[in-house]
Structure formats: structure tokens, C-alpha cells
Design a protein around this ligand. Structure first.
Ligand code: CP
Length: 308
């Protein structure tokens, strides 16, 4: 019997390799169940989960809701828009009131880095961080790692490249520790203004030239340019960004290597990634989305105290 070492899933930095292995193995079982005509199991029929989205989402929100339904959990969905947050209610008051209705687990997306960690210091329910500001997006990191493991068999020894807006990316914040813990090498590329200072201290190398970085990698995860997180301009124009850091088919054809392309979504088509790559056989994008359901089922199941 194996269980997670942590009560919450807030950050992959603090997760152990054995936890990641356990989540992947549990997701393997759920992925098999998701191929069956009846995709539902009774595992969490005694659990109520609140999905609290204080920030917009398509993939993560639907994926968590579907994962919860496949596990037979009761779910409630909360959006900040249309709620009493608009009347000035605090995060803690909102969550405490929801928990008073006998909710067992919280899935939360919030625009503030550290919001999930803050909550974990004040409530006893399990929390899954569904993305907090520019900090982490642990289930995205897990589904990215799981999708690469599915394609290559293991992550150990792979060259994993992350392209673009590393500074504002919670996906990079989770992908980097996951890939390093699982034995992959990680490089980042992008305009110097979008690379955090001292990135090397994370165990990651920086290559400013996109073509050289692509020649190095087996897998490239192309990040979205996050205009909503840039209070000042970090690139002169999107046109220039696309010219120097946009990934397109002619660039990939010029590299004598079959690189696997990923993107967490939503895509700015024609900016960081062209449709001739996003929709090609090299792209893992829709497999990432598919795997998100099995990974979130695994995370919910294990945090609820169920064991493998
Ligand atoms: N990848 C991701 O988090 O997408 P959403 O913002 O649509 O949830």
C-alpha cells in the first residue's frame, strides 16, 4: 500500500520523486478505466469537492470537474464573478463558508501566487492548487511529465526544452522541478527579459538562440505569451516575438531531428506557435489534455487518502 507524503498538492518543488511515481502509476490505472465504455468508478462517492476558480480557465476547470464525476464525487463549482467576492468578502471567509457546508476538498485557481499555500495554513481540508499566479500549476506539471513518459517510456535522460515566457509561467514553475526530479535535463530559451534572474540556480541552463536550443532537445514545451501578467512591456512587439521565438514548421524542418512539441494551452496561434506545428503529428497537445483527466483523478484519489 502506498500513500502520498503530503496532505495538499500545492507545489511540485515540495513533492518527492516517490510521490510523482505513485501519481503516475495511479493515473495509469485510471487511464485504463477511461478507455472503458463505462468510465465511472465509485472511489470518491463519499467525498464532496469544491472547485473554486478565482481566475479564468477552460482545460483545468473542465478536467477537474470531469475527473471528480468519473470518481463519483459530489462537486460544487464556484466562480469569483457573480459571487460575494465582488462585495468584498475575503478569500478565507469565502472558503470557510463553503467548508461549513461539509465540503471535504478544495481545488483552487487564483491569480495571486501563494494563495493555495496561504489557505493551507488556515483550513484543514485537502487543497489542490489549480494554478496560483506566476508560482505553480502542479497538475499541469504532472500531466506534462506523464504525457512525455507515455511517449518515451521514461523521463530519465531526456532533453526537455521550455520556450518563451519563463518569468511569468506557473507551468515552468512546476515543469522544471518535476523534470529534474525525474532525471531529465532542462534548458530554457526566450528573450532575456522573460527569463528569471539566476535561472541556473534551479539546475536549468539558458540558451538565447531558439534554433540551437531546439537542436539540443527531444521535447519542446512552448509557453503562451502571458500578456495579462505583463504590467510593463517585456518584448517590443508580438510580431518581433513571433519572428525570433515563434515555433513553425519551416524552423522544425530545418532541424535534423524529430522533436515532440507540447503547449499547455490556451495557444496564441501565430505568435508562440503556428498551426502547422500545433496541429501536426509532432504535437502532443491534445494528448496532454486527455491525460489531464487521469492525472487529476489520481491526485484527487490519493489526497482523499485512498491507497494504491
Ligand atoms: N493549461 C491550462 O491551465 O489551461 P486553462 O487556463 O484553460 O485551465
Amino acid at each position: 500500500m502506498s500513500a502520498l507524503s503530503q496532505k495538499h498538492l500545492i507545489s511540485l518543488k515540495s513533492l518527492q520523486k516517490s510521490d510523482i511515481d505513485l501519481i503516475f502509476q495511479t493515473a495509469d490505472n485510471f487511464k485504463e478505466i477511461l478507455q472503458r465504455p463505462i468510465k465511472k468508478v465509485p472511489s470518491l462517492r463519499d467525498i464532496t469537492i469544491a472547485n473554486l476558480f478565482f481566475e479564468d480557465s477552460t482545460r483545468t476547470r473542465i478536467s477537474f470537474e470531469l475527473a471528480e464525476k468519473r470518481l463519483s464525487a459530489d462537486t460544487i463549482n464556484f466562480s469569483a464573478s457573480g459571487s460575494s467576492v465582488k462585495k468584498g468578502e475575503t478569500l478565507l471567509d469565502t472558503v470557510r463558508n463553503i467548508l461549513a457546508m461539509k465540503v471535504d476538498m478544495i481545488v483552487m485557481r487564483h491569480s495571486s501566487s501563494g494563495a493555495a499555500e496561504f489557505l493551507s495554513q488556515h483550513i484543514s481540508a485537502n487543497i489542490i492548487n489549480a494554478g496560483d499566479g506566476t508560482h505553480e500549476h502542479p497538475t499541469q506539471g504532472l500531466l506534462d511529465g506523464y504525457s512525455v513518459r507515455e511517449k518515451f517510456g521514461e523521463l530519465k535522460g531526456l532533453n526537455y526544452l521550455i520556450i518563451g515566457d519563463i518569468k511569468h509561467s506557473r507551468v515552468a514553475g512546476s515543469d522544471i522541478p518535476l523534470m529534474l526530479k525525474m532525471g531529465a535535463k532542462v534548458k530554457v530559451t526566450g528573450p532575456p527579459t522573460l527569463i528569471p534572474k539566476h535561472i541556473e540556480e534551479l539546475g536549468v541552463t539558458y540558451e538565447p538562440n531558439l534554433k540551437k536550443a531546439l537542436e539540443w532537445c527531444d521535447v519542446a514545451n512552448v509557453l503562451r505569451i502571458q500578456l495579462e501578467r505583463m504590467d510593463i512591456k517585456f518584448v517590443p512587439s508580438l510580431r518581433e516575438y513571433a519572428l525570433f521565438y515563434g515555433v513553425n514548421k519551416s524552423l522544425l524542418d530545418s532541424i535534423k531531428k524529430d522533436i515532440t512539441i507540447m503547449h499547455p494551452g490556451p495557444i496564441n496561434r501565430g505568435v508562440e506557435l503556428n498551426s502547422d506545428v500545433a496541429d501536426s503529428k509532432q504535437s502532443l497537445i491534445l494528448h496532454q489534455v486527455e491525460n489531464g483527466v487521469a492525472i487529476r483523478m489520481a491526485a484527487l484519489y490519493l489526497l482523499a487518502g485512498r491507497t494504491q
